[in-house]
Design a protein around this ligand. Structure first.
Ligand SMILES: Cc1cc2nc3c(=O)[nH]c(=O)nc-3n(C[C@H](O)[C@H](O)[C@H](O)COP(=O)(O)O)c2cc1C
Length: 334
């Protein structure tokens, strides 16, 4: 059976391949882009790439799963923007844990203008590690970002001043622990010196450590991104968290990250994930205490209004589409 969307007259398999390619804009830890997509005649499959897992930084595979969750949400939205709804089966096969999602039961609906606007945000969104401006994020914007996360099954707790100070101490301790670990340093050095579309290029890394309340990741080498003299005093910090600590909950956390970040982008709010404090066992435990028993922490987020006087960093490179989207099962059938 061959489906056509009334809105675009594009075959389903083309829409699936386009959505998978669009998902390449998703954020991922160290820009590993640990996802691969397989287009089938009536389904789309998402697999994690074990080779791209950070074995020292992320031995349990939580951040790789979270990153794939962000890509899954991007693909779902891109499909909605094209006029398709799908049933999403997360972790559908216990014998194949790398198979993170299968999208089936695709049905044409009208194109979704809201999803179309959000898809534009995917192409604009980026991690901007410079200090934010002196303008605080409006409470309504923080509430909208948090409710986007809730809609995807995670929660975003915006921290009060005392909690931010506890977070700052924990992040600083995590940075020290990580700096002393030769395997972590080696992994970071690898992902900050890659060519070919993955990893972090010098242009997106600060030329010197920015003045921030909560220390950002020390990438072990200076980049070429000018940071200016500002301090991010006006930034808000939040913790993305949920009830569970399972592969499914980390996948959902990634979907929530994507949803929250795209809403933030639409509202002019800049976001930076800070995962160091979650990567180190001891500081993750401190984060649990900061959350006062509210749940499992997945990711710390800095939210702020970017300084409008200065252009932001360039986009971090991406892998070519043919390396992430496998259309061999449908080539010639579209
Ligand atoms: C799970 C996860 C953890 C991340 N941790 C950090 C971090 O600790 N520090 C940081 O500066 N960026 C962090 N990032 C941002 C990534 O480095 C960024 O998404 C990636 O390089 C792609 O760049 P882009 O977001 O500009 O598209 C993280 C992203 C994800 C999804």
């Amino acid at each position: 059976m061959s489906h056509q969307t009334p809105a675009t007259h594009r075959p389903l398999t083309t829409a699936l391949a386009e959505a998978a390619a669009m998902a390449g804009h998703a954020p991922s830890v160290h820009n590993t882009q640990p996802w691969r997509w397989r287009v089938l005649p009536e389904a789309l499959e998402l697999r994690m790439v074990r080779d791209a897992q950070l074995t020292a930084t992320d031995p349990a595979g939580e951040l790789v799963t979270l990153s794939c969750g962000a890509a899954l949400h991007h693909a779902r939205l891109a499909l909605a923007a094209e006029g398709w709804t799908a049933t999403v089966h997360r972790l559908p096969d216990p014998d194949e844990p790398e198979l993170l999602a299968r999208l089936t039961d695709l049905r044409p609906t009208g194109v979704d203008p809201d999803a179309m606007r959000t898809v534009q945000c995917m192409q604009v969104r980026r991690t901007d590690r410079r200090p934010v401006s002196d303008e605080p994020v409006a409470d309504e914007s923080l509430a909208a970002v948090a409710s986007a996360a809730v809609a995807e099954g995670a929660r975003l707790e915006i921290l009060d001043r005392d909690q931010v100070l506890q977070l700052a101490a924990a992040a600083s301790h995590a940075a020290t622990v990580e700096a002393e670990d030769p395997q972590l340093r080696e992994e970071l050095a690898y992902w900050t010196s890659r060519a070919g579309g993955t990893g972090l290029t010098p242009e997106v890394l600060p030329e010197q450590a920015p003045e921030t309340t909560v220390p950002g990741r020390d990438f072990g080498r200076p980049g070429s991104l000018p940071v200016g003299p500002g301090h991010d005093r006006a930034a808000s910090y939040g913790v993305l968290h949920g009830d569970e600590d399972t592969p499914l909950s980390w996948l959902r956390a990634g979907e929530a990250l994507s949803a929250a970040w795209l809403v933030a982008t639409r509202l002019g709010v800049s976001m930076v994930p800070l995962s160091g404090v979650v990567e180190v066992g001891g500081t993750r435990q401190i984060l649990r205490q900061v959350l006062a028993g509210l749940g499992q922490p997945y990711l710390v987020l800095r939210l702020g209004v970017a300084d409008p006087a200065h252009a932001g960093p360039p986009h971090t490179p991406r892998l070519p589409r043919d390396q992430v989207v496998d259309t061999s099962a449908v080539d010639g059938h579209a």
